[in-house]
Design a protein around this ligand. Structure first.
Ligand SMILES: [Fe+2]
Length: 464
């Protein structure tokens, strides 16, 4: 996995310099597009860029910029304003296939000149040279690194450790349970443990997204909040890792997703579990959980700032409404938009005191209907294609009348997952359930989803 040069945390003063860095990069790149490399406009532009890079280096930190989906990250910090200001630069560089730019201490000025020349090329040039990484290695870049936008390399079948994945999931549930206890007793939470638990989740989701998604089907009515938090973290990481392999982004996303409902831990349980309508005061208290959660998170030492943004923004809506209100209107952070999709899906498919769980295809349909209003339509599309129409643990009726439980999605055909047949066409339970890969062809089709509550089936007994 490409984790870059590791996590760098920058000071506020250093973050304030990012705008200048990007402005100079933009200027020299433009100059290099119009003039030959020995033209004064290019050499002066490069010298000006070096000036700001050298300030970071003089303070003992490397320069690390990551780009994805139109957003800039500096170190582990997302830069929402710079993402808007330098939208064109980001789009152009990303379209070349560049996902990150790192400049380490000890670089030579010639290296930076060569990197600028690469960044000034057009997409056709890059294609003809066999991609950005090839160009960078041919240019002999070592202290200046241009990283490609790319998907994670998947582990080969069998390398994924199901036991370890399960432990990582249980570890996340346990952590949320502990945090709940700490928050209720008003004690301080440590950031280190949170990061290490999330690191395990990221590694496992990256190693085997499908197998981790299977675990998110675990729901506990009694411990809804804990399981829901772990599920939202895994669903968010699965969606996030389909967009970028930037470890820093995924790590903050995982932390923010796992802690998104931190503020609910201080809301009265009677209000949270109230079956009827809430009074205006109760509703105000519930709505306040994103702000109070972000406040609690801000006090956790060593927590990424973008994780706090996620907690604050997870009930904002794509169309600018939601809570807390944004004045003036500004876009919701990409990571918050991801968590909003994961949160909506997991909440709909869980049974709570006041509502029954929806079957998966119904939940998918509701997600699609919220696309463009509550949720980011591009993310909803990606989520639906990732989960398949029949996610793990769905109970389905097959075209031969048999009943089956979905085990894992089929990457090539969302309509034909791998299932375990548990009852034949006459409804008689099989003593030996049979696993079928519907994607292998020749087998029956899925006709529809069934509500497991109507069937009295112990899904865990068949899936685990
Ligand atoms: Fe929430």
């Amino acid at each position: 996995m490409n984790t870059g040069s590791g996590t760098t945390t920058y000071s506020a003063k250093q973050l304030g310099r990012v705008r200048d860095l990007l402005a100079r990069l933009h200027a020299v790149r433009r100059a290099a597009q119009f003039y030959p490399s020995d033209h004064p406009a290019v050499s002066e532009g490069t010298a000006e860029l070096r000036e700001v890079i050298d300030k970071f280096h003089a303070e003992g930190v490397d320069v690390s910029v990551a780009l994805f989906e139109g957003e800039v990250l500096f170190g582990e910090q997302s830069m929402p304003q710079e993402s808007i200001l330098f939208d064109q630069l980001i789009r152009e560089i990303t379209s070349l296939g560049v996902g990150s730019l790192e400049i380490s201490r000890g670089y030579r000025p010639e290296e930076l000149e060569r990197a600028v020349a690469i960044l000034a090329s057009d997409t056709l040039d890059v294609e003809q040279h066999g991609g950005i990484e090839r160009m960078a290695s041919e240019a002999g870049l070592s202290y200046v690194r241009l990283g490609a936008v790319r998907a994670f390399e998947r582990l080969e079948e069998g390398e994924f450790d199901a036991e370890r994945a399960r432990e990582s999931y249980e570890g996340a549930v346990e952590l949320v349970r502990e945090i709940d206890d700490i928050v209720r007793r008003n004690r301080a939470i440590g950031g280190g443990r949170i990061k290490s638990v999330v690191r395990g989740l990221v590694d496992n989701v990256v190693a085997s997204r499908e197998a981790m998604l299977e675990l998110t089907g675990l729901k506990s009515h009694d411990e809804y909040t804990f399981y829901h938090s772990a599920n939202v973290a895994i669903l968010s990481l699965a969606l996030g890792s389909a967009i970028t392999d930037d470890y820093r982004f995924l790590s903050s996303l995982g932390v923010g997703a796992l802690l998104h409902d931190l503020g609910k831990m201080t809301v009265d349980l009677e209000i949270l579990n109230k079956p009827g309508a809430l009074t205006p005061e109760e509703w105000a208290e519930v709505r306040n959980h994103s702000v109070s959660g972000a406040r609690t998170a801000a006090r956790i030492r060593g927590l990424d700032k973008s994780a706090i943004v996620i907690i604050l923004e997870h009930h904002m809506r794509y169309d600018g409404s939601g809570y807390p209100a944004r004045t003036p209107k500004r876009p919701q952070h990409l990571a918050s938009r991801i968590v909003a999709v994961a949160d909506a899906y997991d909440a709909m498919t869980s049974r709570r005191s006041y509502s029954a769980a929806r079957v998966h295809d119904e939940a998918m349909e509701l997600l699609v209907r919220s696309a463009g209003t509550a949720l980011d339509p591009a993310l909803v599309r990606l989520f639906v294609s990732m989960m398949g129409v029949y996610p793990p643990r769905s109970v389905v009726r097959l075209s031969d009348g048999a009943t089956a439980i979905v085990l894992r999605p089929n990457a090539h055909d969302p309509l034909r997952p791998v299932v375990r047949v548990i009852a034949d066409g006459d409804g008689a339970m099989l003593s030996e359930p049979v696993e079928i890969d519907l994607g292998a062809g020749g087998g029956p089709d899925i006709v529809r989803c069934l509500d497991p509550a109507d069937l009295n089936i112990d899904i865990d007994g068949y899936v685990l």
